[in-house]
Structures are given as structure tokens and as C-alpha cells.
Design a protein around this ligand. Structure first.
Ligand code: ADP
Length: 443
């Protein structure tokens, strides 16, 4: 296409004839004797070359701009020139100098090609502005379309009337200008009203959203203080129950009947469990309020502290713990120690009965965050519980099977949320678990 177009332009400009135009259609006998029968017109040849280049670089992008679209605008303008030239009977627009005139079919075809190429990549370059579906795009598109149809139609009407002698050129132009102005004003006016209405609705919705957010914040604050106050205040009567139950157990064990001894045992262990649950709830409600300021800390040091705190359990189950170099991060050191301690503590607790725990901690950079992982060779978790285990008081085992209140991971999740990261687990039963958490890089 590009070669045919270029050769035709050269033919036109240098008055040559390569016989190109006779390849498909031989000039019939008796046809007008011209130097260039069947030749593609000058304008069409230019359109052909531009369209070919535009299609060759269809997906090229230069700083968010798509050159093809600008080339096709040129083609569209040339096609419009040809079409309007025919419609308004102005040959200067479809016949440049005395080269072959462009045909009306060529004009129509290139107008369609122009639209088709632009429509082929609606989500790119400036087409995105028109197709975004946002209010501005919808109104802009509507006005553009109306403007095109009205101005072409009124222009045609103006010329027809003038040619038929109904009015002078000056009268026709004045009428044309006034009509266009009136119609455009009505269109723009409608758009203004519509946009204003949308704007008012948006402002109303924003106001409602702001109010809802405020209410949500208040109820959130109340909920936090409720969780704090109840767990804090519940501790006192519970402590009394627990200590007196323990006192009775110590003083009267063996003196009462065997049933009473058993009931006392249940009471003491229930009180202990409740104490640890309430303490967990208290910790959970204070993750934000009691959190320290974020500082640049060495996460490897935080891990060392956590391992130190867990030393007894590590020795007890002969765990093998390894870790890679860990990075500097912006975080609350105490809370990161707590995260490691909980995750490693769980890895030790949920170990296989017949295998010493092997735990590995590592970190890798991914975009603008660090992904930490704690991998174990323990009992593993079924994938249906992957989300549930991060909820408050959700445990997967019967009481007494494994110790714990079921709030450790909920606290860990809250801490990671506070740091702007997220946490998840990969695991399968019997094959160990790998807990991941991320910390954004903000150093
Ligand atoms: P807790 O350890 O007190 O029960 P958590 O919130 O720390 O509570 O954990 C919730 C549940 O998730 C645990 O009861 C356990 O069933 C499961 N879980 C957590 N960590 C692991 C792990 N490393 N391996 C297997 N199961 C785990």
C-alpha cells in the first residue's frame, strides 16, 4: 500500500507514468485520452501513504501519545475535505492543482477507515479521553457529534439556498452563523444544567460519605474503648475468682469427694483460660493506642529478641531455627518482636509429634515492600481455614489439645495492618506452613 501510494505521488509530482495504473484495469477502448488513465488521485495517494504508516505503527506509543491517532486525524481531515468539496460543490477541495480529482467513494472509504482505526484502540492515547465513560467525555462526545452533523447540514442548506437564488452570500452566512450559535448555545446550556446537577449530586454524596465516615470513626473509637474497658475491668473480678478457686484447690484437695476435686480443676483451668483470653483482647484493643512511633530498626535484631524470649520452648523441643540476612525497616520494634514471637511460637507449638521443628525466616524485596516469611515443618493447615485463623478467638483444635487463646494471629494481623502491610499463609496439612507478612519500604 505504501509503495503504491508513494509511486503514485511521484507519478503526479514529476509527471511520470510507470504504467502502474493499468495493471488491474486496462483503459477501455474509446476512453478519454488522458496521460494518466485509472490513476489513483493525488489526495487519495497521500491518504494511502499516511494510513499505511499509521497501520504499521498502530501500537507504538510516545509518552502516552499514539502517533497513529494523529496521522489518522490528518487522513480524516483530507477525507472530510473531499466529502465537503463534493457536497458543497467546491472542486478545489478534492482536486489539487490539476492532478486527478479524488473520488467521492475514496472520501467515504477513508472517512470510514479513519473512524475504524481510531475505534481499533479506544483505550489508548487521546481516544481514552473520549471513551472513558466519565461525564466530561460523554458530554464532549455528544457536542462534537452534534457540531459535526449540524455544521455540515446547515452549510449544505446555506449553499443550496444561495444557488437557488433565495438569498445572497452575506445573508446566507449570517443565517448560518446565527443558526449554529443558537443550536450550539442550546446544547451547551443543556450540558451545563446536566453537569451542574451531577456536581450537586456528587457534593451531596460526598457530604453523606463524610458524615458516615465521622459516625464510623466515632463508633470505632467507642468500640475500641469498650473492648479496652470491658477487658480491663473484667480482669479484676476474674482474678478474685481464679485466686479463690486456686486457694480452695490447694486447701481442700483430697478432703472433698472425687467429683468435687474434678469440678475444682475445671474451674481453675476455665478461669486461667478466660484470663489469657481477656489479656489477649486487651492486647488486641491496644495495638494502635499502645503502639510506639515507627523508627528505622534492624528486623534481624527484633528476630534475635523474639528467639531469646522463646529460648526455653526452642530448647524444649530441640528446634532448628535458621534465618537469612534481614533488612532495616521503618517499624515499631516491640511490635515486630511480637510478630516474630507469635509466628515462631506457633511454629513450635503446632509441630509434628515425631519430628523436631525446623523453622526458617527470610525476607525478600518485592517492589516497594519487604516480604518476610516464617516457614515450618509442622502439622500444616487446611486451605479452608487460611482466612479464619487471623480472626479473634478462632482456633482449629479442641481445648486442651494445644495451649493458647486463639488471638495471637489476630494481634499479628492488626500489627501488620498498622504498619501498612498484609499477612497471609500458604500451607497444606502434614506438609508444614509458610506465613508471609509485608512491610512497606519507606526508608
Ligand atoms: P493460638 O495459637 O493461640 O491457638 P493463633 O491466633 O496464634 O492462636 O492461631 C490460630 C490457629 O491457627 C491456631 O489455633 C492453629 O490452629 C492455627 N495455626 C497457627 N499457626 C500455625 C502453624 N504454624 N501451623 C499450624 N497451624 C497453625
Amino acid at each position: 500500500m505504501i509503495i503504491i501510494g508513494l509511486l503514485t505521488i511521484i507519478e503526479h509530482l514529476f509527471n511520470l507514468n510507470f504504467g502502474l495504473d493499468q495493471i488491474l484495469f486496462i483503459e477501455p477502448y474509446g476512453a478519454t485520452n488522458t496521460f494518466s488513465p485509472n490513476r489513483i488521485s493525488f489526495i487519495t495517494a497521500i491518504e494511502l501513504v499516511i494510513t499505511s504508516i499509521a497501520l504499521l505503527i498502530l501500537d507504538k506509543k510516545v509518552n502516552k501519545h499514539v502517533p497513529t491517532q494523529y496521522l489518522m486525524i490528518l487522513v480524516g481531515i483530507l477525507a472530510l475535505m473531499v466529502l465537503l468539496g463534493y457536497l458543497y460543490n467546491a472542486p478545489e477541495f478534492y482536486q489539487i492543482y490539476n492532478y486527478n480529482a479524488a473520488s467521492i467513494y475514496g472520501g467515504v472509504s477513508f472517512m470510514l477507515i479513519f473512524l475504524a482505526v481510531l475505534a481499533a484502540r479506544p483505550e489508548r492515547g487521546f481516544m481514552m479521553v473520549l471513551t472513558s465513560g466519565e461525564y466530561g467525555s460523554v458530554f464532549g462526545l455528544r457536542i462534537l457529534l452534534a457540531l459535526a452533523i449540524i455544521s455540515v447540514f446547515l452549510g449544505w442548506l446555506r449553499i443550496v439556498g444561495q444557488n437557488l437564488g433565495y438569498y445572497s452570500a452575506a445573508f446566507g452566512t449570517t443565517l448560518y452563523t446565527i443558526s449554529i450559535l443558537i443550536i450550539l448555545s442550546i446544547l451547551v446550556w443543556n450540558s451545563i444544567l446536566s453537569l451542574n446537577k451531577t456536581d450537586r449530586e456528587r457534593k451531596g454524596a460526598n457530604e453523606e460519605l463524610r458524615k458516615n465516615l465521622e459516625e464510623l470513626e466515632i463508633s470505632n473509637r467507642e468500640l475500641k474503648s469498650f473492648a479496652f474497658i470491658t477487658s480491663h475491668d473484667l480482669q479484676e473480678p476474674l482474678r478474685t475468682i481464679a485466686s479463690y478457686a486456686q486457694l480452695i484447690e490447694r486447701r481442700y484437695k483430697g478432703q472433698l469427694d472425687p467429683d468435687a476435686d474434678e469440678f475444682l480443676e475445671y474451674m481453675v483451668s476455665g478461669a486461667k483460660r478466660m484470663k489469657s483470653m481477656i489479656q489477649g483482647l486487651l492486647d488486641y484493643s491496644q495495638v494502635e493506642a499502645k503502639g510506639n512511633e515507627f523508627k528505622v530498626i534492624n528486623s534481624e535484631k527484633a528476630l534475635d529478641t523474639a528467639l531469646c524470649n522463646l529460648q526455653h520452648s526452642i530448647d524444649h523441643c530441640h528446634a532448628e531455627i535458621t534465618y537469612d540476612n534481614l533488612p532495616l525497616i521503618l517499624a515499631d520494634e516491640c511490635q515486630i518482636v511480637r510478630v516474630f514471637q507469635n509466628l515462631i511460637g506457633n511454629a513450635l507449638k503446632f509441630r509434628k509429634k515425631d519430628e523436631a521443628p525446623k523453622i526458617h525466616i527470610s525476607a525478600k524485596k518485592d517492589g516497594n515492600e519487604w516480604i518476610f516469611s516464617v516457614k515450618d515443618n509442622g502439622i500444616g493447615i487446611d486451605d479452608q481455614y487460611f482466612d479464619m485463623i487471623f480472626e479473634v478467638f478462632k482456633r482449629l483444635h479442641a481445648i486442651g489439645e494445644y495451649s493458647g487463646a486463639g488471638i495471637g494471629l489476630a494481634i499479628v494481623k492488626r500489627i501488620i495492618d498498622r504498619h501498612g502491610g498484609h499477612i497471609w499463609v500458604e500451607s497444606s496439612p502434614g506438609k508444614g506452613s509458610k506465613f508471609y507478612f509485608t512491610i512497606p519500604i519507606k526508608l
